[in-house]
Design a protein around this ligand. Structure first.
Ligand code: ATP
Ligand code: MG
Length: 658
């Protein structure tokens, strides 16, 4: 059968989910937002966002037009307005008498901790702003940030925003080459780094990678500012390298923030690189701050006076920008920041932190949840997690079984789960339940946020009816949308705005269920075509994860002579089922194939189920299916530079040969 013969939808509707969890009456009664917010936002979207912008932010100069969309796809939001991100995140809270509120509870991996109030954080940012200016960093200049998860990362980002410099944070796990290419792409004038950090109880280096990145001539960097974190020996280039602590001690604690144009560039950030070469996404000030602050308050039902919020994302990813460095501080929240890995010094570390700080809102990724499932519930069960009242997830589709586990084991069977769909490009959440309004469904992000026009369309761009699948698009501009790909407006247009006329194409597949709720089905590039049936990776993976032995699964479509493509599954077993993989891998594999056949139907039955110890993931924790497809089709895996652990692929390829 030819691959071109396609039956039905862009995605076939496979899995059905009956479970629903409405908010408790107490939660709904106390929630920040009620049902009415959707109607309020749907009439005049631009006016809705203008109102949010004025309510949530303090503008140095008010704006006129809310949205200028006269040259699509290049949007301008809050035209003529002026706003300072750092002033909004810091000074204004101190001026409002909240200087003693804790901004950051920092928890270092070795067990050191530090509590930083809004007044203290404001002073540090003012000093850093003065220090950067003394090094000749001016408005519009780019600053590369290569730091671990320590408060200095947030201080650096806000100091840049304060003076109008554009930060480009590079994840600390990236190599010298990756760092250099990002420094060059942005033509950074300054690099802020640390000697190193701690990883699984051992010191791990950062500064040597900066030295290596800058060893070849031809770069634009004038200074490297170095935070002392792990005390390791480091090389020093006199004149170029400066100590963070000395620089800040010498700088004045006084610094007046001036407003920057609403469209002034705030940062450049590269996408995770799950599907290919990362893209340098540009975000600007007014729209980004408005939508991140609104969604952070709405989706987490944030009560800044009483909540303790913890987002586990690294500042190297967009989640660590929008929902660590900016929105929580703009909203005056108290947050936890943790430097290390979840298994150091033991597998209960996160839950110990939740217990210690009485974390009430936890925001993390499905990959972490599936890892905890693999380790077993006995570990979190040892801690008091009763402070938790809202649980968030982002980064990948969350399999319904992982969702249920999260709710039951971490959320005490009561905390609402908000599954938030968004991208580096969207800057802020786009699809998510509202915890006081939505009856949540395990595995679905469900509803476009108020003021956001998300849709699912067919090949020709027509909205699909409920019960059908297709391509996820955004029909109207939104405040925190990317403004361009840095230095490459043509690639910006081609990548996002050329597939469907007048719509933003996200690259993800999705379906609308019978109620009109949205389910994310995986990357469009990963869709499998088996005997003319288009199958979603997410749905087959979720069927596998619904088996009690399975913690995590990745499926790909591999070329097949008879069916065009065949489903090949890679599966990680839960700790209590792991003996099976060594004793009786064939039995486990047969059992899981049959399970998928039963859950979904014979068409989705994997040709092979391979039990593996690990899956290839990006450094942000996302499964890289294209590498698995390469091995499933007998090729050498392609570009794996964004892989967290390259040895995983060698192991899988060796297993497959057996
Ligand atoms: P690249 O674009 O370089 O391949 P990436 O898409 O992984 O990398 P990010 O911007 O970090 O980079 O990730 C956004 C993507 O993550 C979305 O397009 C989607 O595929 C996935 N995603 C994020 N949140 C969710 C969610 N709640 N449900 C399903 N998928 C999600
Ligand atoms: Mg992407």
């Amino acid at each position: 059968m030819s691959q071109e013969t396609v039956k039905g939808d862009a995605f076939e509707n496979l899995l059905h989910e009956e479970r629903q969890f409405p908010p408790s009456p107490e939660f709904a009664a106390a929630a920040n937002l009620g049902e009415g917010i959707y109607a309020e936002a749907s009439g005049d979207r631009a006016a809705f966002w203008a109102q949010q912008a004025r309510e949530l932010l303090t503008w140095s100069k008010d704006f006129g037009q809310a949205l200028d969309w006269s040259e699509p796809p290049f949007a301008k939001w809050f035209v003529g307005g002026e706003v300072n991100a750092a002033y909004n995140a810091l000074d204004r809270h101190v001026e409002n008498g909240l200087g003693d509120r804790v901004a950051i509870h920092f928890e270092g991996e070795p067990g050191d901790s530090e509590t930083i109030t809004y007044a203290e954080l404001t002073e540090r940012v003012k000093r850093a702003a003065n220090a950067f200016e003394s090094l000749g960093v001016a408005k519009g200049d780019r600053v590369a940030v290569y730091l671990p998860m320590i408060p200095e990362a947030v201080v650096t980002m806000l100091a840049c925003a304060r003076i109008g410099a554009v930060h480009s944070v590079v994840f600390g796990g990236f190599s010298a080459d990756a760092l250099r290419s990002r420094i060059d792409d942005a033509e950074a004038k300054l690099v802020v780094t640390a000697d190193g950090t701690f990883r699984r109880g051992k010191p791990s280096s950062l500064k040597p990678a900066v030295d290596e990145a800058l060893s070849a001539p031809g770069h634009t960097v004038e200074h490297v500012v170095v935070v002392r974190r792990n005390g390791q020996d480091i090389a020093w280039t006199e004149g170029r390298d400066l100590h963070w602590s000395e620089l800040l001690a010498d700088a004045s604690p006084e610094h007046t923030a001036v407003g920057h144009d609403a469209e002034h560039p705030l940062f450049i950030l590269y996408t995770s690189g799950t599907t290919g070469k990362p893209k340098g996404i540009l975000h600007t000030t007014g729209g980004f701050l408005t939508q991140t602050a609104f969604t952070h308050s709405a989706v987490f039902d944030l009560k800044p006076e009483t909540d303790v919020y913890w987002c586990t994302a690294d500042v190297g990813w967009v989640t660590g920008h929008s929902y660590v460095a900016y929105a929580p501080l703009v909203n005056g929240a108290t947050q936890v920041m943790y430097e290390g890995t979840p298994d150091s010094p033991h597998q209960g570390r996160w839950w110990e932190i939740v217990q210690k700080y009485k974390v009430s809102i936890l925001y993390t990724a499905p990959t972490a949840i599936r890892t905890f499932m693999k380790w077993g519930r006995e570990i979190p069960d040892k801690y008091d997690l009763s402070s938790i009242r809202v649980l968030g997830t982002v980064g990948e589709p969350i399999n319904p079984e992982a969702w249920m586990w999260y709710r039951d084991v971490i959320g005490g069977g009561a905390a609402p789960i908000v599954d938030t769909w968004w991208q580096t490009e969207t800057g802020a959440m786009m699809i998510a339940p509202l915890p006081g309004v939505t009856a949540t469904k395990p595995g679905s992000a469900q509803v476009p946020l108020p003021g956001i026009a998300v849709d699912v369309v067919d090949e020709s761009g027509n909205s699909v009816p409920n019960g059908h699948g297709g391509f996820l698009v955004v029909r109207e501009p939104w405040p925190s949308m990317l403004r361009t790909i840095w230095g490459d407006p043509e690639r910006f247009k081609d990548t996002y705005w050329s597939r469907f006329e007048g719509m933003y194409f996200a690259g993800d597949g999705a379906k609308k269920d019978e109620d009109g709720d949205i389910w994310l089905l995986g990357r469009v590039d990963d869709v499998m075509n088996v005997s003319g049936h288009r199958l979603s990776t997410t749905e087959i993976e979720s069927a596998l994860v619904s088996h009690p032995w399975v913690a995590e699964a990745a499926v790909v479509g591999a070329a097949d002579e008879t069916t065009g493509q065949a489903v090949v599954a890679f599966v990680i077993l839960r700790a209590d089922a792991q003996t099976r993989s060594t004793d009786n891998a064939d039995d486990a594999s047969a059992e899981l194939r049959a399970h998928v056949g039963k859950e979904i139907g014979p068409i989705a039955k994997p040709r092979h189920v391979l039990i593996v110890p690990e899956l290839p993931k990006t450094r942000s924790g996302k499964i890289m299916r294209r590498l698995l497809k390469d091995v499933a089709e007998g090729r050498d895996p392609g570009d794996a530079t964004t892989l967290a652990d390259p040895s995983v692929m060698q192991q899988i390829a060796a297993d497959l040969r057996k």
